[in-house]
Design a protein around this ligand. Structure first.
Ligand code: BGC
Length: 454
């Protein structure tokens, strides 16, 4: 795709625009059984044969638990002012509920203090997919008790960290963890089917709003959001069937969680699955409880999808026409590179009148990086970031109130079912030695951010 030469600087987005990097506990921390941490669903799931590529496990990951000071120095060296991380629930509450693990809390206290000492703003994600295994044993996200458990966890984090942390993201991509973990079985805990998916969706929609309320009550001057995955959805042809199929996919991928959060309840047009969800005996009376007045909506965008009608696929009757088939540019994950789709999805989410502010809480790309003579010359990733930042500027100029951009990710990490093979970092990690090497995309960011004081 032809894009104009890249001439932007971070300061063109304004002095209060937030530039940062994001990580997540299960993907970075390691130290899976140290200092009293309980196992999470990813520790258990990754032991099951064939679930994670190459049998990789998150037991050590980037060893961030022990190396966070050095890693924060990298954040600083690259010029980022925001560091987004998540709290490992089973590190602070090893059983998910009940007894608090003081050493686990201390780790996050230290991490937060270190960020502040370096002039980096800490942003906390409460839940980034690593449910305590002890709770999964009792039903996990399918149990109605999950909301009580989650509220306890949220209250603990708000009370412990809320004096110093003002920016909060309640859930990371509820569509991601409910569909991959409870419908398709591709992510932990590996459950499948509507009977797991529907209650998980209902409980996650409640948790995102309850979490917001808890933070509002306990954290003074909090800036509260929650993060949604989003993909522009395009029909493969202009046939009515393809258009309808794309519409169904749009409901699922983009609308399922934001609409209840904005007080609209679940979207239900023309889709058996969502009709079932609405009829699920508990949901009607919860429409108000699903809603919360978020200060910002976190958008996480990686790729668009092209959809065609497919009557062999139950319920949704739609399937994706993959980028490889369409012969369009794509990343090592085989995800389409298409900055226009990013522009369109920003516009689409902004059109929900009730959204006050958008922060791009994740965007980035995996490539087949090569470390040669101490250098990773990841030109494709640089071009990716340039194109996506340009698209974001276009949306901003047209009135979308986008106030921040957090690159995924600081460093290569445990990429869920892809293991360590998929590398998304601005910093290369040698997982045998834990040696970090700043990639050229990291240096590129440093010069892009140069002198930016926001
Ligand atoms: C998740 C990250 C993940 C990234 C790339 C997002 O859906 O929040 O944890 O690593 O996508 O797959």
């Amino acid at each position: 795709m032809d894009t104009p030469p890249f001439t932007l600087k971070a300061r063109d987005f304004g002095p209060d625009f937030k530039w940062g990097v994001a990580v997540a506990a299960a993907q970075n921390e390691g130290a899976w059984n140290q200092d009293g941490r309980g196992p999470s669903i990813w520790d258990v799931f990754s032991r099951r044969q064939g679930k994670v590529k190459n049998g990789h496990r998150p037991t050590i990951a980037c060893d961030f638990y022990h190396r966070y000071k050095d890693d924060l120095m990298l954040v600083k060296a690259l010029g980022f002012k925001v560091f987004r991380f998540s709290i490992s629930w089973s590190r602070v509450l090893p059983e998910g509920t009940g007894k608090v693990n003081k050493e686990g809390l201390q780790f996050y206290h230290n991490l937060i203090d270190e960020c502040l000492a370096l002039g980096i703003e800490p942003w906390i994600t409460l839940y980034h997919w690593d449910l305590p295994q002890a709770l999964e044993k009792q039903g996990g996200w399918t149990s109605h008790l999950i909301n009580r458990w989650f509220n306890r966890f949220a209250t603990l984090c708000a009370e412990e960290f809320g004096d110093r942390v003002k920016h909060w993201i309640v859930l990371n991509e509820p569509m991601g963890f409910t569909s991959l973990g409870y419908m398709l079985g591709k992510h932990a805990p590996g459950r499948t089917g509507l009977s797991n998916f529907l209650p998980a969706v209902h409980h996650a929609a409640l948790a995102q709003a309850d979490g917001g309320r808890i933070l509002r009550d306990s954290v003074k001057k909090a800036h509260i959001g929650t993060s949604f995955s989003c993909s522009e959805v395009l029909p493969y042809t202009d046939s009515t069937l393809d258009i309808q199929a794309a519409n169904r996919m749009d409901i699922l991928l983009n609308r399922l969680f934001i609409e209840p959060a904005l007080g609209k309840g679940f979207p239900d047009e023309g889709m058996q699955l969502l009709e079932k969800l609405r009829l699920h005996n508990t949901t009607w009376k919860y429409t108000n409880r699903y809603a919360f007045d978020f200060d910002f909506i976190g958008l996480q965008h990686y790729f668009p999808v092209v959809i065609r009608h497919n009557s062999f696929i139950p319920i949704i009757q739609a399937s994706e026409v993959k980028p490889v088939t369409r012969k369009v540019p794509h990343t090592a994950m085989k995800w389409e590179v298409n900055p226009n789709a990013f522009y369109h999805i920003l516009k689409k989410f902004w059109k929900y009148g009730a959204v006050k502010e958008i922060i791009v809480t994740e965007n980035g790309a995996a490539y087949h990086d090569q470390l040669k003579d101490g250098v990773v010359n990841d030109v494709e990733r640089i071009s990716y970031f340039q194109q996506y930042i340009q698209a974001m500027m276009r949306a901003k100029k047209e009135g979308v109130n986008v106030k921040g951009y957090l690159a995924w990710s600081l460093m290569d990490n445990f990429e869920w079912a892809e293991g360590y093979q998929a590398r998304f970092g601005l910093v290369h990690v040698d997982f045998k030695t834990q040696l970090r090497t700043i990639k050229n995309s990291g240096y590129w960011f440093r010069s892009f951010l140069g002198g930016h004081s926001g």
